[in-house]
Design a protein around this ligand. Structure first.
Ligand SMILES: NC(=O)c1ccc[n+]([C@@H]2O[C@H](COP(=O)([O-])OP(=O)(O)OC[C@H]3O[C@@H](n4cnc5c(N)ncnc54)[C@H](O)[C@@H]3O)[C@@H](O)[C@H]2O)c1
Length: 308
């Protein structure tokens, strides 16, 4: 049995070069036509080019996910061109932020707004387009491990990603009568694997990326220098903290989201799928063996044939 999304149309929001682009590419490689949304038109163009050079079909759906008129406009354009939407991946979000003692009202509101209104408005208008056409589609809301447990230094992100998890359950109840499924997907600090992004980072003399590879962010205090409240993030080697040695890549996320949007998952709704090498399941007191002592996962099945 092969998973196929042939004949289906997908909309992915926030197709920046990391996770959004990886999910959009995966849906295209499994056969869907993919509409690519972002507020940054360069990101939209890059994602479309990535899909097309991997023999997929894509269109632009640029716009701000928090503006209802923009959301309705790009959904209207997708329907005018392809006549249907079967899959929505709510992915656009603002990452980063500050801790509760330091966050500003304006930045807190901005971050919450992108996820809250973005996920709501796209679910509402894509849900309507599905229901009106009798399409028993799939809506996936990208959450984060920070929506399930606490990390210091990102209070707005923690708030809106926690909100995503119960939004999924409630929207699943609203849309179940129409045969439309709504699920969450929880990434945990995947390692970027978009060849273009990696090449760009290499040219700029940066590492391979991933949110945990930066330096420790100071949090709290007027000068942010209270040692007992730092660091907010682990800046050392990550693999020893993950039971299988790696949290995976956007390609791993893409394979799983594609399956979740396929007809094989027809009764899966209101739940959360996590692909992270066991990171979220780990009890704080369990220390995995060093990566060199682990068998490691099976080899990754790549989706991007780009040679850089
Ligand atoms: N990177 C990680 O380690 C990680 C971990 C867990 C969860 N996630 C989640 O995965 C998703 C993607 O993360 P990423 O690392 O690829 O982030 P990213 O910042 O690279 O991409 C997010 C994209 O959303 C777009 N965007 C922001 N505001 C928008 C708006 N108002 N309208 C339309 N587009 C908008 C940005 O322009 C950007 O291209 C997010 O939901 C994030 O919370 C990421």
């Amino acid at each position: 049995m092969e998973i196929s999304l042939a004949g289906k149309v997908a909309l992915v929001t926030g197709v920046g070069p990391n996770i959004g682009s990886g999910v959009a590419l995966a849906l295209a490689r499994y056969g869907a036509r993919v509409a690519c949304n972002d507020v940054d038109e360069t990101a939209v163009k890059a994602c479309i080019a990535r899909i097309e050079r991997n023999r997929g079909e894509a269109m632009a759906a640029p716009g701000d996910v928090t503006a209802e008129s923009a959301v309705q406009a790009y959904i209207g354009e997708i329907l005018a061109r392809w006549g249907r939407i079967d899959i929505l991946v709510n992915n656009a979000a603002l990452l980063g932020g500050r801790g509760v003692l330091d966050e500003t009202a304006a930045d807190f509101e901005r971050a919450v707004r992108v996820t809250a209104l973005g996920y709501f408005l796209n679910t509402k208008h894509v849900g309507r387009a599905m229901a009106e056409r009798g399409i028993r589609g799939s809506i996936v809301c990208i959450s984060s491990s920070n929506g399930w447990s606490g990390t210091a230094g990102i209070i707005a992100y923690a708030f809106h990603k926690g909100g995503v998890n119960n939004f999924v359950r409630a929207a699943a109840m609203d849309l179940a009568p129409y045969g439309i499924r709504v699920n969450g997907f929880t990434p945990t600090a995947p390692n970027p694997d978009n060849p273009e992004l990696l090449a760009e980072r290499a040219r700029a003399g940066l590492g391979t990326g991933g949110v945990l590879t930066g330096g420790p962010g100071g949090i709290g205090g007027p000068a942010g220098d209270e040692p007992w409240r730092r660091p907010s993030r682990w800046a050392g080697q990550r693999p020893p903290m993950v039971p299988m040695g790696t949290t995976g890549t956007p390609t791993d996320i893409g394979h799983a989201v594609a399956w979740l949007c396929s007809d094989y998952a027809r009764l899966i709704t209101g739940t959360d799928l996590v692909v992270d090498g066991g990171a979220r399941a780990r009890n704080f007191a369990y220390a995995p063996a060093p990566a060199a002592d682990l068998a490691g996962p099976l080899p990754l099945i790549g989706l991007d044939e780009t040679e850089i």
